[in-house]
Design a protein around this ligand. Structure first.
Ligand SMILES: [Zn+2]
Length: 362
């Protein structure tokens, strides 16, 4: 049996690590372009610039807010005008994805500094491109993952806890979707697509185990504004374990339904992982998994305050018509079909409505 595995070059997670950015950067280049989330810009651009001193020729740029073709072209031009040999993305998943694509197009190295642990974008070679209006357009698989992922738990805990919990939603999908791909015999996203390695399946399983053990404790600690071992474990699960797991095992209908949900404008304020976790419930229904497993997942999500119904996702009116639209969009995506279950519009529609009913009854 063939198999493949991909990963970022390095992953470093330590409190205060952002203040040691220069040490890491020195291994990658001398002419960095920093792409920074708008609301972090004032906090980091000046202090990082000063801290790096004259060893580097830095250029700082604010991220425009959407990982769209237009924003990617803009950042790519800035990178090439600056002669950037390394791009440092500081921010959420869309900032990092834009930085990853600009680094790929300019043949620069890539350093990812996530400011939140809400998705697994920092570690992966996947870039998800949206329209300027925020509707999902396409996903690209780049030939290389970021060279370095640098995670500072103090930075992560300073962000609202909702992001950390959304990351738990995304990371909880990793094992269920890995299993769906394994059962269906579908392929991962490494080097054109291969079956998962044993290593990747073990990572996906561990991701699930860490989340069940630690997520509630991490939530409480993060709400108190402190970094505990549970918080650090959940940051690793959301970022590294989930990132390696999804890329090396594949995503499935949970992400397929997530993608389809983006056709509804009322859902644009809902975070990636919050949509994905509802998609997980739909996937479990679609695959007809045991009731005990579905109930356990529902209870767990509710304890973390994650959405388990359509109303939680802000879908409250014309529900049947909207669910139909989402189901029609979901079957067009290839990833929705990475499951052993038969997947047509009727099946997806039924799974979404049944998951919503289970969520309302939980
Ligand atoms: Zn995801």
């Amino acid at each position: 049996m063939s198999r493949s595995f991909g990963s970022p070059g390095r992953y470093v997670q330590r409190r205060g690590e952002i203040s040691r950015l220069g040490e890491h950067l020195a291994d990658l280049g001398r002419q960095p372009l920093f792409l920074v989330d708008a609301f972090l810009y004032d906090r980091y651009a000046e202090s990082l610039g000063k801290g790096l001193g004259s060893d580097f020729q830095c250029r700082f740029e604010k991220f425009g807010g959407e990982c769209s073709d237009r924003e990617i072209a803009r950042v790519t031009k800035i990178a090439s005008d600056h002669g950037a040999d390394v791009i440092v993305g500081i921010g959420g998943g869309k900032t990092l994805d834009t930085a990853k694509m600009a680094a790929h197009r300019t043949n620069a190295r890539m350093l990812a500094v996530p400011s939140i642990a809400s998705t697994d974008a920092p570690t992966s070679a996947v870039v998800v491109v949206y329209t300027d209006e925020g509707v999902l357009q396409e996903a690209h698989n780049l030939p290389r993952n970021p060279d370095l992922v640098l995670v500072d738990p103090d930075v992560i805990v300073a962000a609202p806890v909702r992001f950390l919990m959304a990351g738990v939603g995304d990371a909880l999908a990793t094992w269920y979707e890995a299993r769906a791909n394994f059962d269906a015999g579908t392929l991962n996203y490494i080097s054109g697509g291969f079956p998962a390695t044993r290593a990747a399946l073990a990572i996906a399983r561990e991701c699930h185990a860490v989340i069940l053990e630690q997520a509630l404790m991490a939530k409480q600690a993060a709400e108190a504004g402190v970094v505990t071992r549970a918080v650090e474990d959940i940051i690793e699960a959301n970022t590294l374990l989930s990132g390696l797991g999804f890329e090396n095992c594949g995503v499935s209908a949970a992400h397929g339904i997530h993608d389809a949900l983006t056709v509804l404008p009322e859902i644009h304020g809902v975070l990636h992982g919050e949509k994905v976790i509802f998609g997980v419930l739909c996937l479990l229904v679609l695959e007809n998994r045991p009731q005990a497993e579905i109930e356990e997942t529902l209870r767990f999500c509710r304890s973390l305050g994650l959405p388990i119904t359509l109303a939680d996702l802000n879908i409250k009116e014309d529900v049947r018509a909207k669910v139909r639209r989402v189901a029609e969009a979901a079957v067009k995506g290839k990833i929705t079909h990475a499951t052993r279950a038969p997947v047509g519009v009727e099946e997806i529609e039924a799974a979404i409505l049944a998951a919503d009913a289970l969520g309302r009854a939980a």
